[in-house]
Design a protein around this ligand. Structure first.
Ligand code: CP
Ligand code: NVA
Length: 317
């Protein structure tokens, strides 16, 4: 069956099949080549997209904006104090209004329920630009970056080190389960992922017959042996700033430093980070600036993958 993502939202990767995820990565790679060749696109001509941000953003905001403009679309940034939503208008009413005016809506904010509500009431595709629970567009970029380095995703040993229960570890675990990766979360027990989500991801791996394995451990050094990819994220996510001192106490043994990179025993291991990074916390300056780092390719790939998500759901294909 040919993949068809027309009018589809992206709220988490749970609802996308492995074939649909591969399709988005392929499309992103071809849009990246098109941009490199200097070809101006028309795939989003006459398309207007609303970009709602309750939390700050550099990469996601810029990626949606440039991606839309590159293909002839119009992005409209709506910051948290720019619209009535969250103040005096209900989610359902705002969603219905935006759905009458825009062809698609991006939302970044706190609650997963908000992005799901926008999708339910707006009648247009809604893309999750990060919530407390999930960050699916980031995973597409991470996977494109891995594919650029290794040529494939299946069987890649991917070790996420650090806060094991945030939006990134959750979303990477879902994506890895779909794409057949050998996926590890190495974190202190206090920050292990929700066991229900781990069980759901193992179920996804088995239903997709992807061959993925999911291991949760508090032994980072053992976990990274033979790793292809080491990934980390901030120790306190947006909205959790008051927890940083407690997290530092728990997470210093999980810092990605050169000892941890060497413990892979793999000179071809790559380091990824969704960014922004706090150097000296989750990653040392030495690793961040080393030959292992691919975080800026990954940041660039946000734009190409987000463009693919919009083109696939509302583009003039
Ligand atoms: N990785 C990421 O989502 O970055 P921003 O917070 O800058 O959008
Ligand atoms: N876990 C981080 C991801 C930032 C892209 C946060 O939510 O702040």
């Amino acid at each position: 069956m040919p993949v068809n993502l027309r009018n589809r939202s992206l709220l988490t990767l749970k609802h996308h099949t492995p074939e649909e995820i591969s399709y988005l990565i392929d499309l992103a790679a071809s849009l990246k080549a098109k941009k490199r060749a200097g070809i101006k696109g028309t795939l989003l001509e006459r398309k207007n997209v609303a970009l709602i941000f309750e939390k700050p953003s550099t990469r996601t905001r810029c990626s949606f904006t440039v991606a839309a403009v590159d293909e002839g679309g119009h992005p409209e940034y709506l910051g948290k104090d720019d619209i009535h939503f969250g103040h005096k208008e209900t989610l359902a009413d705002t969603a219905r209004v935006l759905g009458r005016i825009f062809d698609g809506i991006e939302f970044r904010g706190f609650s997963q329920k908000t992005v799901e509500g926008l999708a339910k009431y707006s009648g247009v595709p809604v893309w999750n630009g990060l919530t407390d629970e999930y960050h699916p567009t980031q995973v597409l970029s991470d996977f494109l970056t891995i594919r650029e380095n290794f040529g494939h995703l299946k069987g890649i040993k991917f070790v996420y080190v650090g806060d094991g229960r945030n939006n990134m570890s959750n979303s990477l675990m879902i994506g890895a389960a779909k794409m057949g990766m050998d996926f590890y979360i190495a974190s202190p027990k206090e920050l292990f992922p929700d066991p229900d989500l781990v069980a759901e991801c193992r179920q996804i791996a088995s239903e997709c017959e992807s061959g993925a394995a999911i291991t949760i451990t508090d032994d980072a050094k053992a976990a990274v042996k033979d790793a292809d990819v080491i990934y980390t994220d901030v120790w306190a996510s947006m909205g959790e700033e008051d927890k940083i001192e407690a997290r530092k106490a728990l997470l210093y043994p999980y810092q990605v430093n050169m000892d941890l990179i060497k413990a892979t025993g793999n000179e071809n291991v790559i380091f990824l980070h969704c960014l922004p990074a706090v150097r000296g916390n989750e990653v040392t300056e030495e690793v961040f600036e080393s030959k292992y780092g691919r975080q800026f390719d990954e940041a660039e790939n946000r734009m190409h993958t987000i463009k693919a998500v919009m083109v696939a759901s509302i583009g003039n294909l």
